[in-house]
Design a binder for this molecule. Sequence first.
Ligand SMILES: [Zn+2]
Length: 160
Amino acid sequence: MEYKAGIGYDIHRLVEGRKLFLGGVEIPYAKGLLGHSDGDAAMHALCDALLGALALGDIGEHFPDTDPQYKGAAGSLLLKKVKTLVDKSGYRINNIDIVVIAQEPGLSPFKKQMKENICGLLDITQDRVNIKAKTNEGLGPVGNKEAIATYALVSLVKGG
Ligand SMILES: [Zn+2]
């Protein structure tokens, strides 16, 4: 296979008393995402997309939420671990496209830093990563500000 593609999806509930992390950026907001780890839905969806492209299962298999070492784990740490699997695969990242869906807070001011974080962690140039931020038009749990969701798509190309 010359190319491999993978898709990832994640959603976390917004609750009081947690910091909000998305794409490795701490975003000022009254609530944060609930989870065993830091709840960074953007990083988790990206990890799942990479694991999918590698045919290596999903984030829950690699980082079980019953494992105390991942309690409060930063999304960036999980992404770094997944990167080692990419490095071993004989494939490299061709491109990444991420859609973060949050009714609140507005994420546009943070897209640039998310992109920089992801490029830095994966050691790829910025022309390979795109981040979109959108609302859910007030619909459903994301639109009701009860949760934040993310879709991620990656493609890998053969050649380390
Ligand atoms: Zn998650």
